[in-house]
Design a protein around this ligand. Sequence first.
Ligand code: PLP
Length: 315
Amino acid sequence: MSFENIQWTWMNGEFVPWAESTVPLSTHALHYGTGVFEGIRSYLVDGEPAIFRLDAHLDRFYKSAAVYGLRIPFSPTQLTEAICGLIRRNGLTESYIRPIAYMGAETLGIRAQCSTDTAILAWPQMVHVSEQSRRRGARLTVSPYRKFDARMMPTTAKACGQYLNSRLATMEASRRGYDEALLLNIDGNVAEAAVANIFLVNGRTLHTNDDKSSILMGITRDSILQLAVAEGFRVEVGTITVDDLRQADEVFLCGTACEIVPVAELDGSKIGRTSPGPVTEQICRAFDLAKTGTSLEWRHWLHPVAEMQVAGLRC
Ligand SMILES: Cc1ncc(COP(=O)(O)O)c(C=O)c1O
């Protein structure tokens, strides 16, 4: 990932050259992680960029902010315009978009209420998973780090400081030569991977868990649940154990950054007969058709980036 070719960012209502989009050293969020963010993608749809599930991402952005008492001083319409404008200015097509709202620089008191700064960064590619993991399946390991419980920090908020947990688990898994860390919750059941949700497949049924298992409620997870039903699969949402994963026909991870990644093994034990399995492949195909606007049924998930001209007005 490189930001060298990114010319513009957006900060507090203005487009700002990337090199000038800096924050003061006293920024509260830098010290205490008091910020919230989103990870969103745009895809090429009919030769033009379109943003995947923008409304759902913005909805989660405002909800995450509310949890931490951050008041984002821009409306969803203003942020939508800012995101689309940023993609156009940078000449991006397929891109990864990172809005962030964070406590500003007036004071470093833990009790203080600073202003909320809002910024957006967008760049061409977010490579979270190697091509090999995508093709042959990722090697997953159960992390010695547990996913925090909602009584410690609200798992449904996508907040900056919360990612220290993901970072520790990812570093530890990498040190032991694994592709991805699987975090268990405090009850010892499966929560999620460091930055992705998890599904298992048995026959024609897809299983995943929900917020009761200490997960971020992923938007890719939600898209897959809807796609799976449309593809004629049964879906079940509830607790998943490590044994459930070991005995599953197929397991895959999903998230905006990794999209859908088959899991080939868990701590050295192979999962299922082939990786990727046939159901994972079918879901991947359905997801690809949806994100590129090829399936008309899911076109409402895509927000066009192009400026619309209505009777000579720009909107
Ligand atoms: C901890 C965590 N879980 C799950 C996900 C997947 O969420 P989404 O599909 O909305 O990207 C992410 C990705 O941001 C994540 O960071």
